[in-house]
Design a protein around this ligand. Structure first.
Ligand SMILES: Nc1nc2c(c(=O)[nH]1)N[C@H]1C(S)=C(S)[C@@H](COP(=O)(O)O)O[C@H]1N2
Ligand SMILES: [Mo]
Length: 425
């Protein structure tokens, strides 16, 4: 099976500036002569040293594990609004992670008034409004319904928003694009509970309200609520973290982060959207005409190269893997292309299985850097046929004053020292 796949040493460039065949990295053994391509000096004659940790017993057990102390720099970065401690957002260190799942302690956060300290025994969920039987649930009664598990990304509508600005901000993947994360969520399908309450056919919307001091509230189309919406109780196998909505959050796979109401306490079936402060004063897209688009729900297909990226510089010419994340709120990623010549030529990257709808998808492609100046870009396509637009095309449509739903192609310039920097391609 690996026979058909080229060795990296023999691989033909498939696009300009050293982009190699994506299959090189998928085949076991295809890196047979990698030593020649990734020139690490191997001091074989020295043998292996006996390190101090091999000479004494290791550390004792702990109840809840933590990452290695050598990984202490892998953290979220955050900023709070002036005069507050918990209003603002924290960003996932995308450039330091691999795979497609975000560890719970590194999931991005966005809070409109801090993290409420909710006692799960006191928490209630009310379903009311245009329903035949208003219902109140405790956590315990909720957990008796059939549960399901799915992997889904959450992306803040404001993610990558600074790329609307006229000049490229000198920031990296975390600061520019770190308001997206992906987890395995387990909970109860909302449709089951709505059926139990008996939704009046006139009710086309649901108001979802959080139990935080901001009472963050959004109107959710009933069709989405009945489709794949979930009341999530678990995040990557453990209870949802307080920062991500403990003890209960609304999960609307693919929809803008803001609608995934955390600390969910109330769902009210209504005929019309409620026009809450959170959906009128914010989360609308201001167009050059002065008009705004309201109720833009799914996050459109997008991709970001996370490695290399600013902060993860290249150590000399030779072989590297270009890797990143792609996602679409409308379905599955079908293709990610990578360019190492500022978009002049493109080659398809390998998509890491499993490729799941409305989940982050990891892409990878080998690249031989010749030490020259270049610009790296990635471009995602989803199963609706939608192709991630250039920044230029997006800005032509929306202007530079928009804030939300930026999904244009992002560019990293590589300089002769192997340092990367955010540019407009
Ligand atoms: N109740 C409540 N729900 C909320 C918010 C909030 O401040 N309060 N923030 C929203 C926003 S703007 C986003 S992007 C997501 C962030 O989810 P996370 O913090 O779990 O990443 O939660 C949404 N749900
Ligand atoms: Mo958000």
């Amino acid at each position: 099976m690996s026979g058909k796949r080229p060795r990296v040493s023999e691989a033909e460039a498939t696009a300009g500036n050293g982009i190699l065949d994506r299959r090189c990295f998928l085949a076991a053994g295809s890196l047979g002569s990698a030593a020649a391509l990734v020139p690490l000096p191997v001091a074989a004659a020295d043998g292996l040293a006996v390190e101090p940790w091999m000479t004494e017993p290791g550390s004792p057990f702990v109840g809840y594990g933590q990452p290695s102390k050598f990984e202490a720099k892998v953290v979220r970065t955050f900023a709070s609004a002036p005069g507050t401690t918990g209003t603002g957002s924290s960003r996932s260190p995308l450039h330091q992670l691999d795979g497609a799942i975000t560890p719970n302690g590194l999931h991005f956060e966005r809070h409109h008034d801090g993290i409420p300290d909710i006692d799960p025994d006191a928490h209630r969920l009310l379903i009311h409004g245009l329903v035949n039987r208003p219902l109140v649930f405790t956590l315990e009664t909720l957990a008796r319904y059939p549960m399901e598990t799915r992997i889904a990304f959450i992306e803040c509508a404001g993610n990558s928003g600074s790329l609307y600005q006229k000049e490229p901000a000198s920031l990296g993947a975390q600061a520019l694009h770190g308001l997206v994360s992906c987890a395995e969520w387990t909970g109860v399908r909302l449709a089951i509970l709505l059926d139990e309450a008996g939704v009046d056919p006139r009710a086309q919307w649901l108001l979802a309200e959080g139990a935080d001091a901001a009472s963050m509230s959004r109107s959710i189309p009933m069709a989405k609520a009945m489709d794949d919406a979930m009341l999530a109780l678990y995040q990557n196998g453990e209870r949802v973290r307080p920062s991500n909505g403990y003890p209960l959050r609304l999960l609307l796979p693919g929809y803008e982060g803001n609608m995934n109401v955390k600390w969910l306490r109330r769902l009210k079936a209504t005929e019309q959207p409620t026009m809450t402060k959170d959906e009128t004063s914010k989360y609308t897209i201001l167009l050059p005409s002065g008009k705004s688009l309201q109720f833009v729900f799914p996050m459109q297909a997008k991709s970001v190269i996370t490695r290399p990226s600013p902060g993860t510089s290249l150590k000399g010419r030779g072989l590297y893997e270009i890797s990143g994340l792609a996602w679409s709120g409308n379905g599955k990623i079908t293709r990610v292309e990578v360019s190492a010549d500022a978009g002049k030529s493109w080659a398809p990257a390998a998509l890491q299985e499993p490729v799941l709808a409305k989940a982050l998808t990891r892409f990878r492609i080998p690249w031989r850097w010749d030490g020259g100046l270049t610009v790296l870009q990635s471009r995602a396509t989803d199963n609706t046929g939608y192709v991630q637009p250039t920044r230029e095309a997006l800005v032509a449509e929306r202007g530079t004053k928009a804030l939300y739903h930026f999904n244009g192609i992002a560019s990293w310039a590589v300089d002769e020292h192997g340092e990367l920097r955010h540019v407009y391609g």
